[in-house]
Design a protein around this ligand. Structure first.
Ligand SMILES: Cc1ncc(COP(=O)(O)O)c(C=O)c1O
Length: 378
């Protein structure tokens, strides 16, 4: 049997990793500023993570949600504490798409409405409603197409006000990334997020903060929407949550009430997933990684802004987009081939930095030197 060929891949097989360093099968060393797509939050093979996950595996790895699981309650409490949303309720699942799917569904259960407002450039996942709310027609299958989702321009307060004044009573939810990731590292303005908050309250709609990529401390605040000083009704999360162990979740405002059977999952919230997620939060807390992400992120953004060849530097903390002119579209590939540095990308010419929150200033300098070297070739 062959693999279903859907991924354009880099010609590297990674066999070993530690912190922000990974090694290929030939023993070559690479700097990882991509974190497997914002997933590696506390660094590869972190000792505390290894210990907690292996100890848990030796005890029990999985049981379904039909029995008591104190680990889930511990996770809910610690997540509430670290995120500052102490009175929210936690529902655990397995991925970002699943988290958004549940968030959109829950909003509709809550207010009995059908319309979803999403934004141009948005990416919310590949399952049915999550993909329908994703602004990428090529990955929306005919069966996922729906009139229930309305796309509005990103950061356009007037268009949002107009939409609510036209059909606000029908809106079930508004879903927005605090910083669009796949869309090219575009930061939602504070004014825009505050307007979403005000209008969703006024019209009885649910504010869903997709924090799958921009959340979990990456921007220096636990949820990047926090920078706007607003509380959403539901936060979806995944990626950095398990540092590579598949886990997703939604944190739900106390105003939204559950009933038995409303949501459910077989794997979500299993023992091993909870142990991984607890280890991540413990490290974020113990190593003060949100503060660290702000410091290293601010440094990187300030230094990047000095490069004349870069069109624009966008982002916050350790979620950074380097927008390059078309003629420099080979830089990302060259950084990997010539400097052995992994970075991410967003179409058409944006290099995305999504490193572990533990990266050091030395790592940042190594990247800045390599980028300088690459840019000088042009
Ligand atoms: C903002 C955002 N939401 C949702 C998802 C989907 O997450 P997953 O791939 O875990 O389903 C992604 C994935 O890149 C994302 O960036």
């Amino acid at each position: 049997m062959n693999l279903f060929d859907v991924y354009p891949i880099n010609p590297v097989a990674i066999t070993k990793a530690k912190g922000s360093t990974v090694w290929d099968a030939q023993g070559n060393e690479y700097l990882d500023l991509y974190g497997g797509h914002a997933v590696i939050s506390i660094g590869h093979t972190h000792p505390h993570y290894l210990k907690r996950v292996t100890e848990q595996l030796a005890q029990i790895g999985f049981y379904s949600n039909s029995v008591e699981m104190p680990l889930q309650q511990q996770l809910a409490e610690l997540l509430g504490k670290v995120s500052g949303k102490i009175d929210y309720q936690l529902f655990l699942c397995n991925s970002g798409a699943e988290a958004n799917e549940n968030a959109l569904k829950l909003a509709s259960f809550h207010n009995g409405r059908k319309k979803v407002i999403a934004f141009r450039g948005a990416f919310h996942g590949r399952t049915s409603l999550a993909v329908a709310a994703t602004d990428h027609p090529k990955i929306v299958a005919p069966v996922n197409e729906t009139d229930n989702v309305v796309f509005l321009p990103f950061n356009d307060v007037e268009a949002l006000e107009h939409a609510f004044s036209t059909f606000g009573e029908e809106v079930s939810s508004v879903i927005i990334e605090g910083i669009q990731g796949v869309g090219g590292i575009r930061v939602a303005s504070n004014e825009f997020l505050q307007k979403i908050r005000a209008l969703t309250i006024q019209y009885g709609a649910v504010f869903i903060a997709d924090s799958v990529q921009c959340g979990y401390g990456r921007t220096g605040r636990f949820y990047s929407h926090d920078h706007a000083g607003v509380d959403a009704d539901i936060y979806s999360m995944a990626k950095g949550m398990g540092n590579g162990f598949p886990i997703g979740a939604i944190a739900i405002s106390p105003a939204i009430k559950p009933w038995f059977g409303m949501l459910g999952t077989t794997f979500g919230g299993n023992h091993l997933a909870c142990a991984a997620a607890l280890a991540v939060l413990e490290v974020i807390q113990h190593e003060e990684l949100m503060q660290h992400a702000t410091e290293v992120g601010d440094y990187l953004i300030a230094e990047l802004a000095k490069f004349a060849a870069i069109r624009e530097v966008r982002g916050r903390g350790l979620m950074i987009g380097i927008d390059l002119p078309e003629e420099l579209n080979t830089i990302k590939r060259d950084l990997l081939a010539k400097n052995r540095i992994f970075t991410g990308e967003a179409k058409p010419n944006v290099i995305r930095l999504l490193p572990a929150l533990t990266i050091t200033k030395n790592h940042a300098d190594r990247f800045l030197e390599a980028l300088d070297e690459r840019l000088r070739e042009f």
